[in-house]
Design a protein around this ligand. Structure first.
Ligand code: FAD
Ligand code: SF4
Ligand code: SF4
Length: 514
């Protein structure tokens, strides 16, 4: 990754834009020749010591150059790659014209959370993977930066609104969506992650009463307790929740459905006409190796929850206990592992290593996150897997034993299979282990509601409209899909909300072809 200063990036974009606008006739090859715009970011050494957002977002000139790279393809293959089918060429076209209000309203036709998805969507595996520009330049990382442009359009609106300034030409204000007159029907939403937020908004708009029940003391789901502040500022999620409250949605925190109240009671005793379950995949997986219960071993969820939700990083103001680990190993190679490693660096750990049993190419984490982690000083110990965790007489972690691997033939997933090298064990001294090898569905509701059908991994089974095996009960997001993404959870929420709204109007779901 290059390290141009924000000022350099801006002046390069100004020059590129001036040259491009000076062209007599603009051809596709002129668009392809425009430089892809790098995201301005905090200096790696500085940001490794703070929790502020790593990237700053595009300058206006950069957004205009990036938007001009789009070929406005008639068939728009990028749209196929977006789970909620945002009209990508249309929103980018408006950015190229400088009409950011129009751009944001195009995005909002399909997505409720553009500031969030523009930041955290795995764009290179979704919309950008299909982009004609990336294909023409034979490098998907050179595709039009659709996610960054989405963030630009969304932030431009929010920034103007937050400052209270008179909206500039092409900018918009945050508006509270209109709510239809009261219908007298009420809907319970269990869980306040992206799936629950989306259902709450779409159902409330129709005039139904909506109450969200959230187990934690703060709403927002993984966007608040899992994804760190330096990737997704919590203020953005808070604003979305604030909009919901302004629409009249009630949010009850510290309310664990399955314990505080049973799911069936919400319908049979409390009179809810429909319930949506969006409880996510918050159950951490473990390695099941010796020493995993020693003091100093965390699941990534616990580590990140303590740091993000419980603000353990803010040592002067937070009472949340969190030892400062000296030497940390993070097991896993996904986004959650990168978040945990980068958080450990920020709370003051001297050395943080990712331990992953395949090579960098097979790592499931986004390339950008891996690059950022490396720049911030995270060490990558690849082709290694832990075999046991070593402890002292107090069962406190003092090290790990790892086994070396080599890559064999591709497995069912298409990734080369890691093959252990017998006798290659070695020991690494350390004091903290963070296990980040994946999450399963939260099991409480299915365990306490035998009528609710789930598969063998605990994911609730639904039809294509989000209906579960129980009358009036719908589900969506990670609790149905298994650990997935924010945009997929939002898409599932939209689908289920549409079906709930139809049911409450007394209409049937449309017939779909088998
Ligand atoms: P969640 O966001 O998990 O929300 C579920 C909510 O339900 C939680 O608040 C939980 O407390 C609550 N709940 C659970 N049980 C109950 C109950 N019984 N009663 C009441 N409330 C309950 N996705 C991306 O797209 N990009 C990323 O960069 C990304 N990074 C991630 C980083 C981390 C560390 C993690 C863990 C996940 C990441 N994901 C990312 C995945 C993404 O966050 C999830 O796919 C998404 O949040 C799922 O949304 P959801 O609404 O289904 O559930
Ligand atoms: Fe791409 Fe995600 Fe935006 Fe869809 S929501 S256009 S996949 S960044
Ligand atoms: Fe633009 Fe790429 Fe979509 Fe074509 S595929 S419309 S170039 S973003």
């Amino acid at each position: 990754m290059s390290h141009k200063s924000p000022a350099e990036l801006r002046s390069e974009a100004q020059a590129a834009l001036a040259e491009f606008r000076g062209l007599e006739k603009i051809r596709a090859r002129d668009r392809l020749a425009l430089p892809q715009q790098e995201m301005p970011a905090q200096d790696p050494i500085v940001r490794a010591g703070n929790m502020h957002e790593v990237t700053h977002g595009y300058f206006e000139e950069q957004a205009r150059v990036e938007a001009e790279r789009c070929l406005q393809c008639k068939n728009a293959p990028c749209v196929e790659g977006c789970p909620v089918r945002i009209d990508i060429p249309r929103f980018i076209g408006h950015i190229a014209e400088g009409d950011y209000a129009a751009s944001l309203s195009v995005i909002r036709e399909a997505s409720l959370l553009p500031s969030i998805c523009g930041r955290v969507c795995p764009q290179e595996n979704q919309c950008q993977e299909y982009c004609t520009v990336g294909k023409s330049l034979k490098d998907i990382f050179k595709s039009v930066s659709i996610g960054r442009l989405e963030r630009f359009a969304a932030d431009r609106g929010a920034a103007i609104d937050a400052s209270g300034a008179t909206p500039l030409k092409g900018s918009v204000s945050r508006t509270v969506p209109e709510v239809k007159p009261a219908t007298g029907k009420k809907v319970a939403v269990v869980g306040s992650g992206p799936a629950g937020i989306t259902v709450a908004a779409d159902v409330r708009r129709e005039g139904h009463e909506v109450t969200i029940f959230e187990a934690f003391h703060k709403p927002g789901g993984v966007m608040v307790y899992g994804i760190p502040e330096f990737r997704l500022p919590k203020k953005i999620v808070e604003d979305e929740l604030h909009t919901l409250e302004e629409m009249g949605v009630e949010i009850h925190t510290n309310f664990l459905v399955g314990r505080t109240r049973k799911l069936k009671d919400l319908i049979e005793k409390d009179g809810y006409d429909a319930v949506f379950i969006g409880t996510g995949a918050g159950l951490p997986r473990f390695m099941h190796i010796d020493g995993e219960n020693f003091v100093g071993v965390f699941s990534a969820n616990e580590f990140l929850t303590r740091s993000n939700l419980m603000k353990a990083y803010d040592r002067d103001r937070s009472d949340t206990p969190m030892p400062i680990p000296e030497r940390v190993a993070v097991f896993g190679g996904g986004n959650v592992a990168m978040d945990a490693a980068r958080t450990a660096i920020r709370i003051g750990s001297k050395k943080v290593s990712i331990i992953y049993r395949r090579s960098r190419v097979e790592m499931p984490a986004r390339a950008e996150e891996v690059g950022h982690a490396e720049e911030e000083g995270v060490e990558f110990l690849l082709l290694k897997s832990p075999t046991r965790i070593l402890g002292d007489e107090n069962q406190t972690v003092i090290g790990i034993e790892v086994l070396d691997y080599e890559l064999g033939e591709p497995d069912d997933s298409g990734r080369r299979r890691p093959v252990p090298i017998p006798g290659s064990e070695s020991v690494i001294d350390l004091d903290t282990v963070i296990v980040a090898i994946g999450n399963d569905s939260n099991p409480l509701i299915t365990r306490t509601t035998p009528e609710l059908k789930a598969n063998k991994w605990g994911n609730i089974l639904t039809d294509e409209f989000g209906k579960t095996s129980m009358d009036k009960v719908y589900a969506g997001g990670d609790i149905v899909l298994g650990a997935a993404t924010v945009i997929l959870a939002m898409g599932e929420g939209r689908k289920a909300a549409a079906s709930i709204n139809r049911m409450l109007r007394g209409e049937a779901d449309p017939v779909t072809e088998a």
